[in-house]
Unconditional design. Structure first.
Length: 727
């Protein structure tokens, strides 16, 4: 019988295990399992980046890890151009974008899936599988029946390999604008196996020569970058004590922790009657190796709680004699588990400096290397590291084991500036034209687009105008969302004269993180809290959050910007709501042209989102006259008068006349339906005389019919103001 416990296989390989393997299993196991001496084992590294170099080893991954890859195929950059603007004499702008397609080798064994992908430290693909930029992602798991990727096959033809046994992914037409028009530094969250890491899977290349029964508790991921399996066992053995049994047909690895085995009581020590060996009178000899022993002072690992970035946990407790070292462990752990493993490794290394040579006179099959024993007259437990049968007895080499620890010191992963995984959501869009605000030319239309989305993961969209049944690009939206929604209650008709402190309106906003604010009456008078509800511009003083994106606004000031006719008619439930702050985008009228709608296409939009322009032409439409007066003069007729208003002049200035803001002053006075008047007259001043004869004739032909007036502007006519009824 010959067995050996591996606290660090790399240290022990030159001792009894090498001889046992040579005599029992032959050089085949030695070469397959341990390789040639002097090779460097797997180490933890800072997160490297995707490269493309011949001869680069593709690692084996276990559990869940974050790792780079190796580019194994790529196309040239593809340039695309898009021209925007150029309407009505404005200059056009041509923008260029670049994309590419490439494949990245991820693991040299089959894996389950790829979750998140980082590019230059920012999320390129979220946990939900959504790419944050344009392009297509495909994943090949690396099984033996995997077929060639169609894109690579189209490029390479019959020479295209299937890369069986190699897990890889393909990016098709990946947009590079966010990464400086280059393939960025990529790292991948690779899910190789479900659950915790299995040592048996790590040692799979030596399945024919070894068996494994050693769980690796709480180890969530591990990367093997190549080299002999000895180096893997060495890195694992520092943190998860291993025991090895070479007595059977195969090398058996099992848990080397003291609590995993029963404790065997050794018999009394046997003296050496020849007095040539150790402990001639006592049968035992104690040895301490403080100078040359390595004591782990900390553990570097991949921190699961910090998106698998490199973390460091220092071992606690008092300083111990020996050479301090930081364990480089290419595994994924949470901070608390890493601290516990570091503490335990340091304690084991400290206690293992004490060794004991012990001689027994009887050969017991239960006593052999790897067994946990207690020594008569000595406290604690010991592990048999090696044994040798001599004529004066069985000589055992014992290693002191630590006492079982109590509660461990708590720790955390620390602060990490990890990027948020924002899921891209579809675009919502409202387009509308507002009354002229008095800035710039009175002939210029003021068209706005209010793009938005249900979450802040929205990455913006490209806007288009409809021209001749095609979409013409007119610019981008940026990532700032407009506050939009729909009304959850009707807006009753109003005369739109004063602030209605009792009126309320419920609104369901498109996103739960949108906010509405309360404003004082003074701020409202200065333009705060303007909103478009259907076709009406309103203002509000109060905003109450009802939860879940539902709001109740009150203290309403209706019919703003000359929209009194809409206020008088009221607005039904389900009308569009847009907060008129700085977020809606002003569109260049020259780019819109005669387009009846604006379209948007974002990352999460499968088809264009088209919004008709609400109240098209409103900017250039004169305002309805006000303050009508009717005077009946016996024998003369009806004297009609009114007050002109001017679009763009929204402040009351009694010192000067209201500017005209039209090329001429002219009014239409009509009878009956404004769309099809029974009679109409034009006047160049805000007054009109309907003489007695005409009045009598009209009263006879059209009794009870309304008389109205509207202003004739440069581009349109205003809404009609009711004057009186013919009778």
């Amino acid at each position: 019988m010959a067995t050996l416990v591996l606290t660090a296989v790399g240290t022990a390989i030159g001792g009894p295990l090498g001889g046992a393997l040579g005599s029992l299993l032959g050089s085949q196991i030695d070469g397959a399992l341990f390789g040639s001496p002097g090779r460097e084992g797997p180490r933890l590294q800072e997160l490297s980046v995707t490269t493309s170099s011949y001869g680069t080893a593709v690692p084996r991954h276990f559990g869940t890890m974050r790792a780079p890859g190796s580019i194994i195929w790529a196309t040239d950059l593809v340039e695309s151009s898009e021209e925007a603007g150029g309407g009505k004499g404005s200059p056009s702008v041509t923008t260029y974008s670049y994309s590419t397609s490439f494949a990245v080798a991820l693991a040299s064994r089959p894996i389950t899936m790829v979750r998140r992908i980082w590019a230059d430290g920012n999320l390129l693909r979220g946990a939900a599988g959504d790419l944050k930029v344009g392009g297509t992602f495909r994943f090949h798991s690396g099984h033996g029946d995997q077929q060639p990727d169609p894109l690579i096959a189209a490029d390479r033809g019959a020479q295209c390999p299937a890369f069986r046994g190699l897990a890889y992914c393909v990016f098709e037409d990946l947009q590079l604008g966010d990464f400086g028009n280059r393939i960025s530094a990529l790292t991948f969250e690779i899910v190789a196996d479900d659950g915790e890491v299995s040592l048996q899977a790590i040692l799979a290349p030596a399945d024919d020569e070894s068996s494994v029964d050693r769980p690796l508790a709480d180890l969530q991921g591990y990367s093997d970058t190549g080299g002999p399996l000895q180096s893997v066992l060495d890195s694992v053995g520092w943190l998860y004590p291993l025991a090895c049994d070479a007595s059977g047909a195969r090398l058996a690895f099992f848990d080397g922790h003291p609590s995993a085995q029963p404790v065997i009581q050794l018999p009394e020590a046997a003296v050496d009657l020849s007095r040539e060996g150790f402990g001639a009178t006592s049968g035992r000899a104690r040895q301490t190796r403080a100078d040359g022993a390595e004591i782990p002072s900390g553990l570097r690992y991949y921190d699961v709680e910090r998106d698998y970035q490199a973390g460091l946990q220092r071992a606690g407790g008092k300083a111990q004699a020996g050479r301090n070292r930081i364990l480089e462990f290419p595994g994924a752990l949470v901070a608390a588990k890493a601290r516990k493993l570091a503490d335990d490794a340091a304690e084991r290394a400290g206690w293992s400096q004490e060794r004991l040579a012990y001689r027994v006179a009887q050969l017991d099959p239960a006593i052999g290397p790897g067994k946990i024993v207690s020594v008569p007259g000595r406290s604690g437990t010991w592990r048999i590291e090696a044994w040798e049968w001599r004529e004066n007895g069985l000589e055992l080499e014992l290693l002191r084991l630590p006492y079982l620890r109590g509660a461990h010191v708590t720790t955390d992963a620390g602060v990490s500036a990890t990027p948020r995984d924002k899921v891209a959501t579809p675009t919502t869009l409202r387009a509308f034209e507002l009354p002229w605000d008095g800035q710039g030319s009175a002939d210029q239309r003021q068209i706005f687009a209010a793009p938005s989305s249900a979450s802040d993961g929205w990455t913006g969209a490209t806007l288009y105008a409809e021209r001749n049944d095609s979409l013409v690009p007119i610019g981008g939206t940026g990532t700032r969302r407009s506050v939009t929604g729909v009304t959850a209650s009707p807006l009753a008709p109003s005369q739109a004269c004063l602030v209605d402190r009792l009126a309320t309106l419920e609104v369901k906003l498109d996103s739960a993180d949108f906010l509405l604010a309360t404003a004082s009456l003074e701020n409202v008078a200065n333009g705060a809290n303007r909103a478009l509800v259907g076709n009406e511009v309103i203002q509000f003083c109060k905003a109450e959050d009802l939860g879940g994106g539902h709001w109740r606004i009150g203290g309403l000031l209706r019919g703003r910007g000359g929209t009194e006719p809409v206020a008088m008619a009221g607005t039904p439930q389900g009308a569009d709501f847009v907060l008129l702050d700085q977020r809606p985008l002003a569109m260049a009228a020259g780019e819109i042209g005669d387009s009846p709608a604006i379209a948007a296409i974002g990352l999460a939009d499968s088809e264009p989102v088209i919004a008709p322009i609400i109240a098209s032409g409103r900017s250039r439409k004169p305002l309805m006259p006000v303050h009508s007066r009717v005077e009946t003069r016996e024998g003369v007729g009806l004297t009609l008068s009114w007050r002109r208003r001017s679009r763009g002049s929204w402040t009351w200035d009694g010192a000067v006349d209201v500017p005209l803001n039209e090329q001429f002053e002219r009014y239409e006075v009509g009878l009956g339906d404004p769309d099809k008047p029974s009679a109409s007259w034009e006047t160049a001043e805000p007054a009109f005389l309907l003489d007695a004869a005409n009045r009598s004739q009209l009263a006879a032909e059209f009794p009870g019919t309304s008389l109205w007036v509207r202003q004739i502007g440069t581009h349109d006519r205003s809404e009609a103001l009711f004057l009186t009824t013919i009778s």
